[in-house]
Design a protein around this ligand. Structure first.
Ligand SMILES: [Zn+2]
Length: 399
């Protein structure tokens, strides 16, 4: 899209440098020069930035147009290159408004807002601090949009979420959400000291850094930081594999008969021989049953990851639609494949202690548009009714 003053970057490679470089916008049979290289350049591989849009070419009207770039080489034969691409001229910013519901924000928790969007936009949703949660067309062909969003466990409490829409032309618009952040009722995260034995240290280091050498404590700390970060980036990127509809209709299920050995956003201090060597936030639940128990899908969905994933060990991620996913880590066996549809309660693998696990348990996590959230609300049918099913069509939900 081209709007008021849309940034364009053009890269030109030429063995002899660039003699002439010019950009045009063509619309309705007319051609407008929007930028040209002020003087020949000897650069063999250069990038130039300019803006195109109504601000400098007021003749442009809303609708289809073409962006054209012509380049001529400095060489003896003055070789030319031509590039063109269809664009849409959008002179008006999109508009966005959000529902007037009171949204209660709790650290690590999710909520749903409905939005009205109009005009042309390339991106819209709810923005919370530096995180964005996509807007989706209302299910069931109803008018409007909605966005599932999270207030992350580590989001500064004074962050105000807002609805936003952008058309990629510098015409971003936002609308405030009505919200409250009940200070007294925020989750209290606990601090745990994890005693690291030599046996555990060696198990983790040998499994996750088999070709490494050097001090095992340093290798462990590196795994716990760098590998954790890379693994979490892999999980974040899975958001792009989500379905654009609900794949589920019942409350999420918690692994049956399991005891919670750790809960969401516990702070873990890693103690080795009486000394703290590291600390990390644990973004899930550790659910223990017995050894080698069948790991059950928390809800209907589609497998989007089924492979080893560093500290998470053998790991399954199930997509439930609209950016919502569940994660199952430390398995001894994976029995599903990427792309498989699974049913709530279906056994997808066998628990174990692969990855950074000192005993047989399931690390159960949940992600919303790539952000790790507390699963507990999703286990609660009343919460789902009040926050999801009352605001959008959740076909088949009974509550
Ligand atoms: Zn865990």
């Amino acid at each position: 899209m081209i709007g008021q003053a849309t940034p364009v970057a053009v890269q030109v490679r030429s063995a002899h440098g660039v003699h002439k470089l010019e950009a045009f916008v063509e619309q309705n049979g007319a051609r407008y020069s929007v930028w040209q290289l002020p003087q020949p350049s000897s650069s063999l591989d250069g990038t130039w930035n300019f803006t195109a849009g109504v601000k400098t070419t007021p003749q442009l009207k809303d609708g289809k147009a073409k962006l054209v770039i012509d380049a001529t080489s400095n060489g003896l034969f003055g070789k030319t290159a031509h590039w063109e691409h269809d664009v849409n001229v959008v002179t008006q910013p999109p508009s966005v408004s959000a529902d007037s519901d009171q949204h209660y924000l709790y650290l690590g928790m999710a909520d749903l807002a409905t939005l009205n969007l109009s005009g042309a936009f390339t991106e819209a949703g709810i923005r919370v601090g530096d995180q964005t949660f996509r807007a989706w067309p209302m299910p069931g062909g109803k008018p409007g949009y909605f966005s599932l969003f999270a207030f992350a466990w580590n989001m500064p409490p004074d962050t105000a979420p807002a609805a936003y829409a952008s058309n990629g032309t510098g015409n971003d618009v936002t609308a405030p959400l009505v919200f409250q952040f009940p200070k007294k009722e925020q989750p209290k995260y606990t601090v745990h000291e994890l005693q690291i034995s030599d046996a555990f240290l060696n198990k983790v280091v040998n499994e996750l850094d088999p070709n490494g050498s050097g001090d095992p404590v340093a290798r462990f700390v590196k795994i716990n930081n760098e590998m954790r970060k890379a693994n979490n980036q892999t999980l974040f990127d899975l958001r792009l594999k989500t379905a654009d509809h609900f794949l589920w209709s019942q409350p999420f299920q918690r692994q049956p008969h399991a005891q919670s050995e750790a809960t969401f956003a516990d702070l873990r201090k890693y103690i080795y021989k009486g000394k703290q060597i590291d600390q990390q936030t644990h973004l899930g639940y550790d659910l223990a049953v017995t050894q080698h128990v069948g790991v059950e899908a928390a809800n209907d969905g589609r497998v989007v990851y089924a492979a080893p994933l560093g500290i998470y060990g053998n790991c399954i991620v199930v997509d439930h639609g609209y950016g919502l996913m569940t994660l199952y880590g430390h398995l001894s066996q994976i029995q599903v494949h990427e792309g498989d549809m699974v049913k709530r309660g279906q056994v997808m693998g066998i628990s174990g202690q692969t990855g950074m696990a000192g005993g047989d348990h399931i690390h159960f996590g949940m992600l919303l548009d790539g952000i790790q959230i507390d699963p507990k609300e999703w286990w609660d049918p009343h919460w789902i009714k009040d926050h999801i099913a009352k605001r959008v069509d959740l076909p088949g939900f009974q509550g």
